[in-house]
Design a protein around this ligand. Structure first.
Ligand code: V47
Ligand code: SF4
Length: 397
């Protein structure tokens, strides 16, 4: 059934609370929902209702298109000066023997390993270490671009930038301009966690504040550049904190338009200091994607990070507002397997990723980091495969 008809049925359903019908009407009219309505959805809306609204928005924006990219992760170090309670990945500097810290040449060797691969992006993410300063990262970005100019460098987060600029005694605007000139092309969404200080001061004390995270993205956007945003959810935060987080992103996006994608990250509770905090259910994951899609009306894309939530949940999420499932990353990322994610060895070939999307009757589109289409895989036949049939599920209700 057409998403517009499903939405109309909800709007006219006398058994639904008036507040939910008003929100559905707003979605139909492409009007923004308020902070209180966001909290109301988290508290009262059922999964089926949220799916209709979020899928309507998703299909209005992207139809059946589902984006992915071909990327690899470069993780310079797992040592870190900070001690975030949820982090399963980092080792404090005093636990040096359990960690690694690559030199610039070793990092370049990781990049060179992919020379023959059709990857379009390197995503650089890791811990914060004093020896990785402004000069070091500038040299790294420049060396990667010199070696492979067409490879998009998506690197670091405001956590690192705040730390290195403070040490160099330069302001954010100057620092981000230096990074851009060195070869940085976009900023991933990490380090956002939960902006609200009541939560941030407990789970991510000492690193950049929520406001500083937003200020660094704003300076980056002012240079005409793009970035992503994440939210670490499903731990000690309340629904109000999630909506507050998205409200601050929505407000900045209104001013700059520089965000491309919102990526909700499900808190995983293994091998970290929050092992006693239970993980939320898959239903809560899907509700969260859907509410993000409804709330963030000025974000083009909502991404499900398949390496974190499992392939099956990633497939389901495509009916709950998600239109992007990240990349064909190699097993170079250890962040999530260490935290207890289902994917212990998160590698998926392009063919597997395409099949994953086709199985749920969506159209797989390979994109580059800035969402330019690289290849439309809708009708591509892989060697040895039978031509895929693309069809919509029959209407039964
Ligand atoms: O900021 C750390 C999260 C983030 C845990 O922009 C955890 O395309 C859950 O931001 N449970 C870094 N999450 C990764 C990141 C990212 C990933 C994929 C794509 C993009 C993008 C960005 O990982 C951290 C933190 O929020 N994280 N530990 C954990 N136990
Ligand atoms: Fe360090 Fe990032 Fe882990 Fe926090 S989340 S301890 S900043 S690596």
């Amino acid at each position: 059934m057409d998403t517009t008809i499903k939405l109309a049925l909800i709007i006219n359903d006398p058994d639904l609370p008036a507040a939910l019908r008003v929100i559905a009407q707003k979605v139909q009219n492409q009007q923004r929902i308020t902070f209180d309505e966001g909290v109301y959805l988290y508290e009262h809306a059922e999964l089926g209702y949220l799916g209709v609204l979020a899928n309507h928005i998703r299909e209005q924006k992207h139809g059946d298109k589902t984006y992915f990219n071909r990327n690899f992760h470069l993780e310079p170090t797992n040592l870190c000066v900070y001690d975030c309670k949820f982090c399963s990945y980092s080792r404090l500097i005093k636990q040096k023997e359990e960690g690694w810290a690559l030199t610039l040449d070793e990092m370049l060797d990781v990049v060179k390993k992919y020379d023959a691969e059709p990857v379009t992006e390197v995503h650089i993410v890791g811990g914060v270490l004093p020896q990785y300063d402004v000069a070091f990262y500038s040299a790294l970005f420049t060396a990667i671009k010199k070696h492979r100019p067409e490879l998009h460098v998506k690197a670091l987060t405001p956590v690192e930038y705040h730390y290195i600029f403070k040490k160099a005694k330069i302001d954010y605007a100057t620092g981000m301009k230096l990074m851009k000139d060195a070869g940085l092309e976009s900023i991933p969404g990490g380090g956002a966690e939960i902006f609200h200080p009541d939560i941030r001061n407990v789970i991510a004390k000492d690193k950049c504040t929520g406001q500083q995270w937003l200020d660094i993205h704003e300076e980056w956007h002012k240079l005409g550049m793009r970035s992503n945003a994440t939210m670490l959810y499903g731990h000690i935060e309340k629904f109000e904190h999630r909506v507050d987080h998205m409200e601050q992103l929505r407000e900045l996006q209104d001013r700059t338009g520089g965000f491309q994608t919102f990526i909700p990250l499900k808190f995983r509770n293994q091998h970290n200091q929050m092992e006693n905090v239970p993980e939320v259910s898959v239903i809560e994951d899907l509700r969260n994607y859907a509410i993000a899609r409804i709330y963030l009306d000025n974000f083009d894309h909502i991404k499900a990070y398949w390496a974190m939530i499992s392939r099956q949940t990633a497939q389901l999420s495509l009916n709950f507002g998600v239109d992007d499932i990240d990349g064909t990353l190699d097993d170079t990322t250890k962040i999530y397997s260490m935290a207890g994610a289902e994917e212990q060895n998160p590698a998926m070939s392009t063919k597997e990723l395409v099949e994953l999307i086709r199985q749920v009757k969506r159209k797989p589109i390979e994109r580059d980091t800035l969402y330019n289409v690289v290849t439309d895989f809708t009708d591509v036949v892989f060697e040895g495969d039978v031509k895929p049939q693309f069809y919509k599920l029959p209407v039964i209700n």
